[in-house]
Ligand binder design. Structure first.
Ligand SMILES: [Zn+2]
Length: 378
């Protein structure tokens, strides 16, 4: 029999759901979950589709969290097969979103279906929460849904995120927290002038270079186990008019901090701004916080996941806080226990993104086993 999870992953890959366009992924999933008698709520905010599907009224509440959007495929001719046509070669399924995270979403949905069939009266509620804006600004996605749920006192006890957490083999890594992410756009003000008369000008490119030199050489902290050390990186830099004999009036750069709980938004803002002052640099900085760092205290969900991974995959997942941000950052502050566990992430956002075909079924089994361990009536 053809794998249900593989089949559903293929159907999702065929829908070119580049952020924030959901391209019908969520209505496909909603239709299936309705058949399993989930209550469906489609919550659209701005141009973002979100889906809240819940089975049961009682607590505790276990939420499976995911996103249906994908990043753009990049140059099409670089792909070995078209990115939105699922293609099986060897042991792998290729397509944009295969690993991040249509495979994980499909595995969560098939796990929910099998569980509800076996256990129509669970000890608590099982819910699925999906957004089409995880890879984008994430303003109208999970953040908004959580606001609505909190307004009506719908709380979440456990949240399992199906993001691709695994490194070398399925289940070797689970994420138990994430670093904070803070972006800045700095504009350094200089005085424009003739390059032959530097004493009459002030060169903002040189000022910016001194600042970047200072910030990139700094040891921000030694890490804060299990968090790696805080890192400062410049993503874009701009200055100059194109003329070779002109000192420009302004220069600007975009930078980002991925930070451990040894820092906060405020401590980083203060550190950068006081460095500008110390260096005598006249600047203006616009800040954007994507999320403060979070860490989940291990509880019943982490235990259930460890047991499920060891019995089905024969592996004890290592808890880690690496990777980019994820929507877990919006759930953790509500007090829920949040753990991320999903496919191998080696090819995510790349050309020829892929997921292991066998891994899809095994992942779905692990999810089902986690649900059983938490919601089976006893
Ligand atoms: Zn993702």
């Amino acid at each position: 029999m053809k794998s249900q999870t593989l089949d559903l992953t293929c159907k999702l890959i065929k829908k070119a759901s580049i952020t924030p366009d959901d391209a019908g992924c969520q209505s496909l999933l909603a239709a299936r979950l309705r058949l399993s008698r989930f209550r469906i709520e489609q919550m659209r905010f701005g141009s973002v589709d979100n889906l809240w599907a819940r089975y049961g009224d009682e607590g505790p509440v276990l939420v499976m969290l995911g996103h249906t959007d994908v990043v753009p495929p990049g140059p099409l001719d670089a792909w070995s097969s078209p990115p939105f046509e699922p293609n099986i070669r060897g042991d792998w399924l290729y397509g944009r979103g295969a690993a991040d995270m249509k495979g994980g979403v499909a595995a969560m949905v098939t796990a929910c279906e099998r569980f509800i069939k076996k256990c129509p009266r669970p000890a608590g509620s099982l819910a699925l929460l999906l957004t089409s804006d995880e890879e984008g600004p994430a303003i109208h996605g999970i953040r908004e849904v959580i606001r609505v749920l909190q307004e009506r006192n719908e709380s979440i006890d456990w949240c399992l995120v199906g993001e691709p957490s695994s490194r070398d083999r399925l289940g070797d890594v689970m994420r138990i927290g994430r670093r904070g992410s803070l972006s800045g756009h700095i504009t350094v003000q200089g005085i424009q002038g003739h390059i032959a008369y530097p004493h009459l000008a002030r060169n903002p490119v040189h000022d910016l270079a001194r600042l970047i030199g200072e910030l990139s050489a700094r040891t921000w902290d030694e890490g804060h186990p299990p968090f790696p050390p805080t890192s400062f990186q410049v993503s874009n830099i701009k200055g100059g008019t194109g003329a070779e004999n002109l000192i420009p009036g302004q220069a600007d750069a975009h930078f980002n901090f991925r930070y451990s709980p040894a820092h906060s938004r405020d401590s980083l803002v203060e550190a950068v701004e006081s460095t500008c002052l110390d260096l005598g640099i006249e600047s203006k900085i616009e800040w954007r916080l994507s999320g403060e760092p979070f860490i989940s205290q291990p509880g019943a969900l982490t235990r259930a996941l460890r047991e499920a991974a060891s019995s089905i995959l024969g592996i004890d997942p290592k808890g880690d806080t690496g990777g980019g941000t994820s929507d877990g950052r919006f759930i953790a502050p509500t007090g829920a226990e949040v753990v991320e566990f999903g496919p191998i992430n080696a090819s995510i956002h790349q050309i020829d993104e892929r997921v292991g075909i066998e891994d899809l079924d095994r992942l779905s089994e692990v999810y089902e086993s986690v649900i059983e361990r938490l919601l089976w009536p006893r």
